[in-house]
Design a protein around this ligand. Structure first.
Ligand SMILES: O=C(CO)[C@@H](O)[C@H](O)COP(=O)(O)O
Length: 188
């Protein structure tokens, strides 16, 4: 996953992005930007596989979903902590991945917002096969809550890079999520 965050509106390209994307086979662009419409074609041309935009950043989510699909990418839809899951729900049947932010977009190292977990549980109960991602403050202390709530995709920054043993942190996060997925499928 590649994160793009811009604080100002302007025409500057994400310099060097194409070269970066060629290093990865699967790339999900998490576009924490205003006017996400303007980057759909450049990201598709650069080789992105999935384009994740913020519901708060567009006035026409339906049209943007269509544009992303027509550009040959999968669609991710993200919501900030202040946005309700009911606002995302009307689009959930048209997207590949819902991203529930568990910090305010901006920077790594923030505290995990556990009170976002009901959004994840609700989405999982309503959309059993939807990819659901959580992003922000996720690490060994919070991964169980995410996995139990129903997240099957995890973004973890500080917990991994600040560890003396990043490999084992990644393995732990992965195992907890896989076990929760297996448990859910047995319970069905
Ligand atoms: O994009 C964001 C916040 O803007 C998040 O992806 C965080 O950067 C993840 O880092 P940690 O919260 O895990 O440190």
């Amino acid at each position: 996953m590649v994160e793009c965050l811009r604080h100002s509106i302007g025409p500057d390209p994400f310099f060097g992005l194409e070269a970066l994307l060629t290093l990865y086979l699967i790339t999900d662009m998490h576009m924490m930007v205003s006017r996400p419409e303007q980057w759909v074609k450049p990201m598709a041309a650069a080789g992105a596989n999935q384009y994740t935009f913020h519901l708060e950043a567009t006035t026409n989510p339906g049209n943007l979903i269509k544009e992303i699909r027509e550009s040959g990418m999968k669609v991710g839809l993200a919501i900030k902590p202040g946005t309700t899951v009911e606002e995302l729900a009307p689009w959930a049947g048209q997207i590949d991945m819902a991203l529930v932010m568990t910090v305010e977009p901006g920077f790594g190292g923030q505290k995990f917002m556990e009170d976002m977990m009901p959004k994840v549980s609700w989405l999982r109960s309503q959309f059993p096969s939807l990819d659901i991602e959580v992003d922000g403050g996720v690490g060994p202390d919070s991964i169980h809550r995410c996995a139990e709530a129903g997240a099957n995709m995890i973004v973890s920054g500080s917990a991994v890079v600040s560890s003396d043993d990043p490999r084992s942190v990644i393995a732990l996060l992965k195992n907890v999520v896989i076990e929760a997925i297996q448990k859910r499928s047995l319970d069905r």
